[in-house]
Design a protein around this ligand. Structure first.
Ligand SMILES: [Zn+2]
Ligand SMILES: [Zn+2]
Length: 188
């Protein structure tokens, strides 16, 4: 991935950041007592450079995740925009044109050599900015399944998605079906 391409990759990174490090999703999943994922691995697995990762950066990643999580809990586009803008400003986003290699002139959003948390923050915030700008606040959602509060971006046509993914959707449908069966047995 190129850092200058703020598209699906950066949206996926924002979601992964919040779901892996965010306090609320980790609490819901019962993972809050386990150590935070290693930040170097997290970045490398998503083709983001892990250069400069230091001990304690996981805690900074969690703070960042909790901050961006607010975009998924507010229903106010203005609040979401303010959060995204503040993260971009605080992490030194400086859009500038550059022409260092193949694609020719393109935008970079950060100076070269920034630290990993700043790198991650700007990538994630640009991903969320793109969703808000192109699709609106109603696309930001939180999973309805029991024991899951993972966030997602609803790309469905009717904007009626309720779950973070297939696993949670299936599990919830099975649970609802069993509950209905039990209710039927009682009334039979
Ligand atoms: Zn470039
Ligand atoms: Zn879920």
């Amino acid at each position: 991935m190129n850092f200058d391409h703020y598209d699906d990759d950066s949206v996926a990174i924002a979601l992964d950041l919040i779901n892996h490090y965010g306090t609320a999703p980790r609490m819901a999943a019962g993972a809050h007592d386990t150590p935070l994922p290693d930040l170097g691995c997290f970045l490398e697995e998503r083709q983001v450079s892990s250069a400069g990762v230091r001990t304690g950066d996981e805690a900074a990643a969690q703070q960042l995740a909790d901050r961006l999580h607010a975009v998924f809990t507010t229903h106010d586009a203005g609040d979401a925009a303010a959060t995204i803008n503040a993260v971009l400003a605080d992490h030194g986003a400086v859009p500038h044109l550059t022409e260092h290699d193949d694609p020719g002139w393109h935008l970079h959003y950060q100076p070269a050599g920034v630290g990993p948390i700043d790198r991650l923050a700007v990538v994630a915030a640009m991903g969320l900015a793109t969703v808000l700008r192109t699709s609106g606040i109603r696309r930001f959602g939180r999973c309805d399944a029991t024991a899951c509060r993972d966030v997602y971006v609803d790309t469905s046509r009717n904007n009626r998605r309720r779950f973070c993914g297939e696993t949670c959707a299936n599990r919830s449908h099975v649970a609802a079906h069993r509950a209905r069966q039990r209710a039927d047995e009682h009334t039979a």
